[in-house]
Ligand binder design. Structure first.
Ligand SMILES: [Zn+2]
Length: 479
């Protein structure tokens, strides 16, 4: 039954902007301060106060808009979205209703095969609400977050699987980090999203009724919530019932979405232009100036890495997702030319040891030049790949250069033919059984013999040369 349906998913992502002060007053936006120490009459919504828009907020939002290929409005306004909740002392949130600052953009997300363009309907600016803290003694309100600037990035319903939604979230996060407008810390709530999900029979051109899952602050929860919710809707339809348009929330404990309330319509909020705030005018020069100040964006960087260093899309993707490592890779390429080899060591042993030893720093404890020296030792067969792993690990703790490490531990590869000849001669005479196996047709026995050679030399035999000699000697025995 599930195969007959397809999912239609749209995301509304809220990102806190990392301006020094709030959107309509000069209170600090610093996270983690004592409750209610960063508030003033304006962000507490006391009567008689007037908001003054923080210019930086507009600039950051335009930065985000341009990075996501949006058009930028040259004249826009701010509206009041009216509703009551204890974390919203004014009784309304200042947002943008029908004239968003940025509109009609897209981002490109990587899929297993190729890429997909996900439409951005709009990006608008708004203020955050306070935070409710529920304890045994009761519920407390912290207004420090009240008036922290947000952008809301609204996608078109172009996503058709939980995996695509995750890729999209990751891409948006990466772009926001690259352009430096948000720190995107999901655990601190500075990036969160609402998910709209509906399902329809494949081939159907009409959208099914949708539900909205509120306030997701983890990528993996988002994936699970979409999976669950889509399946639930398919079952409801299969039973001949209809989907109720409602707001739901993900319950991690029971691993399902549960209803919160009937979904509000726009008219429920009685939006109207905020009479305290004038129109915002943006000049073409201002847009141009911001455009020029944008750094290289993730997709541009990916393309450049692929074409400059001849690496594949998956590797480039990992490098752009870890900007520090990406830079390290590019620095390495200034001293070493085999990009594939560099990438393999970074992605393999590099990431493995990074996860084990240096989770916090996200970068290797040696220079790109030292790394290049290390790669050179392998490439010119001074050390073998397996010894390379040992050297690489030592580089984590030692101040020494890789060549010194090799010297000190006597790990230089044995490539001298005479020396290898005599080792192989010994191995053959000490392992008659394997030799006989080989001669009776069990070709794999040569692997066991090669293993003995490596064991005898503590992994130092040049594998290519040793293998050549071993094969030669074994062949002689056949003839
Ligand atoms: Zn304030």
């Amino acid at each position: 039954m599930i195969n007959q349906y397809e999912m239609v998913i749209g995301l509304e992502i809220h990102a806190e902007l990392k301006t020094q002060s709030k959107i309509y007053c000069s209170c600090s936006t610093q996270f983690g301060s004592d409750p209610n120490t960063q508030c003033c009459p304006i962000c507490l919504g006391l009567p008689g106060t007037l908001p003054i828009l923080n210019e930086k907020v507009v600039e950051y939002a335009i930065r985000a808009g341009l990075a996501m290929n949006c058009s930028i409005a040259t004249k826009t306004k701010q509206d009041r979205k009216n509703y009551f909740y204890p974390d919203l002392p004014k009784g309304y949130q200042i947002s943008q209703y029908d004239q968003p600052l940025c509109y009609e953009g897209y981002v490109e997300i990587p899929l297993k095969k190729g890429t997909k363009k996900i439409g951005i309907q709009q990006i608008h600016i708004e203020e955050d609400a306070g935070k409710l803290i529920h304890t045994k003694e009761g519920t407390f309100i912290d207004y420090n977050r009240s008036g922290v600037p947000l952008i809301e990035i609204v996608s078109k319903p172009d996503l058709s699987s939980p995996q695509e939604a995750k890729q999209y979230l990751e891409r948006i996060r990466m772009i926001l980090l690259y352009i430096g407008v948000s720190d995107c810390k999901m655990n601190e709530g500075s990036l969160r999203c609402d998910i709209n999900v509906s399902v329809r029979k494949k081939g159907d051109i009409h959208y099914g009724e949708r539900t909205e899952i509120k306030n997701m602050n983890s990528f993996s929860y988002a994936v699970k919530a979409i999976e669950y919710e889509a399946k639930r809707q398919m079952q409801v339809l299969e039973e001949g019932k209809t989907i109720i348009k409602e707001t739901r929330r993900w319950d991690e404990k029971s691993q399902c979405t549960v209803p919160m309330r009937k979904k509000e319509e726009a008219e429920d909020y009685r939006y109207f232009p905020d009479p305290d705030l004038p129109y915002i005018y943006i000049s073409e020069e201002q847009i141009e100036r911001i455009k020029e100040s944008l750094p290289e964006l993730p997709n541009e960087k990916k393309q450049r890495l692929m074409s400059t260093y001849d690496i594949n899309g998956d590797d480039a993707e990992l490098l752009i997702a870890n900007p520090k490592i990406g830079q390290f890779f590019e620095e390495t390429m200034m001293y070493f030319s085999n990009s594939l080899m560099a990438v393999n060591w970074i992605m393999g042993e590099g990431f493995r040891l990074l996860a084990e030893k240096d989770k916090e720093t996200e970068i290797f404890p040696f220079t790109a030049m030292q790394f290049a020296e290390f790669l050179q030792l392998i490439e010119d067969e001074t050390i073998s790949n397996s010894i390379g792993k040992k050297v690489f690990e030592k580089m984590w703790n030692a101040e020494e250069s890789p060549s010194h490490i090799v010297e000190r531990y006597g790990w230089k590869q044995i490539s001298n033919p005479q020396e290898l000849e005599s080792i192989i001669h010994e191995v053959l005479s000490q392992n008659q059984k394997s030799v006989e196996d080989y001669l009776s047709g069990k070709k794999v026995a040569s692997k066991a013999l090669m293993g003995q050679v490596m064991k005898k030399t503590k992994g130092k035999a040049n594998p290519r040369k040793a293998n050549e000699i071993l094969k030669k000697r074994l062949k002689e025995k056949i003839s």
